[in-house]
Design a binder for this molecule. Structure first.
Ligand SMILES: Cc1cc2nc3c(=O)[nH]c(=O)nc-3n(C[C@H](O)[C@H](O)[C@H](O)COP(=O)(O)OP(=O)(O)OC[C@H]3O[C@@H](n4cnc5c(N)ncnc54)[C@H](O)[C@@H]3O)c2cc1C
Length: 422
């Protein structure tokens, strides 16, 4: 009997999942596994990497994935341990001939994959990775990873002109696994917004709501900079980061909507933003370590100091700026803030408080449910002026931003006073 092991990470879905499909195609049975523990349990800059809100979202997503497996005749094995120790053991136990998993872009994730690949080599087990998290498949880009343009606009224009987005794969109908023990997963309650429920089903529901039910996609370009509300933007980021939905599935639904209703600047702009996401992921492939360094891709960082009292004030919403306090409270309590607010908060940490940008990025990593290694560190480096566009960074004038986006004070009233966090 041919048996393959599918190592799930940030690809918690059955739809458009080439890794899963390949494993099913090449084997009689598969052993699908997720490991609850990882290096993300180690703090960075003394800040815990994964807060409760993201932990909950991942567990919700696993429960939903488990249901999808059971519906198709199989089970998902959730292991309360680290892959370095558990994966080789499982390969021996289940007589695995090949391990299938998603390609990683972060430096630590890549190092872990290399370590595991070497361990498996000694056991005679093959190890194969698949690119499943971007809109454009890397093999279809008109440049190699080494030659990826430094600037987004050049990347986007070349990709749009010379590549095509592949059609998404459908989910498998049947999944055959051996009898696997189902680990009961405890999910702690926390103060994230009601709509933020992990899992593929919730992701597809949200896509349907944003595109078809409310047709909010029609006006997205005009609304995307708002601070409050559900439908001003897609809110798909957390599902994208855990891979509960693929960007290609989103793209294909947008194209369908454009054919049936309207194709305008707004419908295109969601795709444009997904291209930013691709851009950071591909840039990370080229520079897997540089985005975590003070000087990023090579530009001298403007500020190098770290003052713990400023960090405390910023993270707990106790600075002298009411808009910043509201934004930091929303981030800490709900695990989400709009793109505009993220830019304002990051700019204030770097330029207002004049601090080492990496502590800010690490705090976002802790709080954000949609934390994504490339989008978070790539955007932070960009704002700090040490990333892809290194022309001095991006400083936001708080007074002007307040006038533009919270003139009536609704946002500051909603998030003004909070002491608890996620
Ligand atoms: C300092 C900072 C940190 C950020 N950290 C993250 C992060 O950890 N994870 C994350 O997913 N996004 C991050 N972003 C990007 C962006 O703010 C969020 O993706 C977006 O706010 C999520 O809301 P949405 O799904 O409604 O986005 P929409 O506006 O509906 O956009 C659709 C999708 O496009 C992608 N996207 C949108 N804007 C960006 C962008 N600037 N860069 C990369 N992808 C983008 C996201 O996947 C998003 O879900 C960060 C931005 C900044 C300025």
């Amino acid at each position: 009997m041919k048996r393959g092991l599918v190592w799930f990470t940030e690809d918690l879905r059955v739809d458009d999942n080439e890794t899963l499909l390949k494993a099913i195609e090449e084997n009689d049975e598969i052993v699908p596994v997720f490991f609850l523990k990882s290096f993300a349990d180690q703090p960075q800059f003394s800040i815990l990497r994964r807060g409760l809100a993201r932990e909950k979202f991942i567990r919700d997503s696993l429960l939903n994935l488990q249901k999808k497996f059971i519906d198709r005749g199989g089970t998902l094995l959730v292991v309360d341990g680290v892959p370095q120790a558990e994966l080789p053991r499982l390969c021996v136990e289940y007589q695995i001939r090949k391990v299938y998993t998603k390609k990683q872009v972060g430096s630590e994730e890549k190092m872990l994959q290399t370590e595991i690949k070497q361990q498996l080599l000694k056991l005679g087990v093959d190890f194969q990775t698949y690119s499943t998290s971007t809109l454009y498949h890397p093999d279809d880009l008109p440049f190699s990873v080494r030659d990826i343009p430094m600037l987004f606009t050049k990347f986007r224009k070349l990709a749009e002109k010379e590549s095509k987005v592949r059609a998404p794969f459908d989910a498998p109908q049947r999944i055959v696994t051996p009898q696997l023990e189902v680990l009961p997963l405890e999910v702690e309650e926390c103060s994230t917004p009601e709509w933020m429920i992990g899992g593929e089903d919730a992701a597809l529901e949200r896509l349907n709501e944003f595109v078809w039910e409310t047709q909010s996609i029609r006006t997205y370009k005009a609304t995307r900079d708002q601070l409050t509300g559900l439908n001003f933007s897609s809110k798909l980021s957390a599902w994208l980061s855990q891979g509960c939905i693929s960007p290609r599935r989103i793209y294909s639904e947008i194209k369908r909507y454009e054919l049936e209703f309207v194709s305008n600047e707004s419908t295109y702009w969601v795709i444009f933003e997904l291209l930013w996401r691709d851009f950071f992921r591909f840039s990370f492939k080229k520079h897997p370590k540089a985005y975590f360094l003070l000087n990023g891709l090579g530009q001298q960082a403007l500020y190098t100091q770290f003052d713990p009292s400023k960090f405390e004030a910023w993270t707990q919403g106790k600075t002298s700026e009411s808009l910043i306090n509201a934004g930091m409270n929303e981030l800490r309590v709900s695990g989400f803030v709009s793109n505009r607010m993220r830019q304002i908060l990051a700019s204030y940490w770097v330029f207002g408080l004049q601090q080492d940008w990496r502590y800010g990025a690490a705090w976002f990593e802790h709080c954000l449910v949609d934390y994504d290694v490339a989008s978070n560190w790539g955007n932070w480096a960009y704002i700090a002026g040490v990333g892809n566009d290194n022309r001095g960074g991006r400083e936001f004038n708080i007074e002007k931003q307040t006038q533009l986006f919270d003139k009536d004070g609704e946002y500051r009233r909603t998030w003004g006073e909070f002491s608890k966090g996620v």
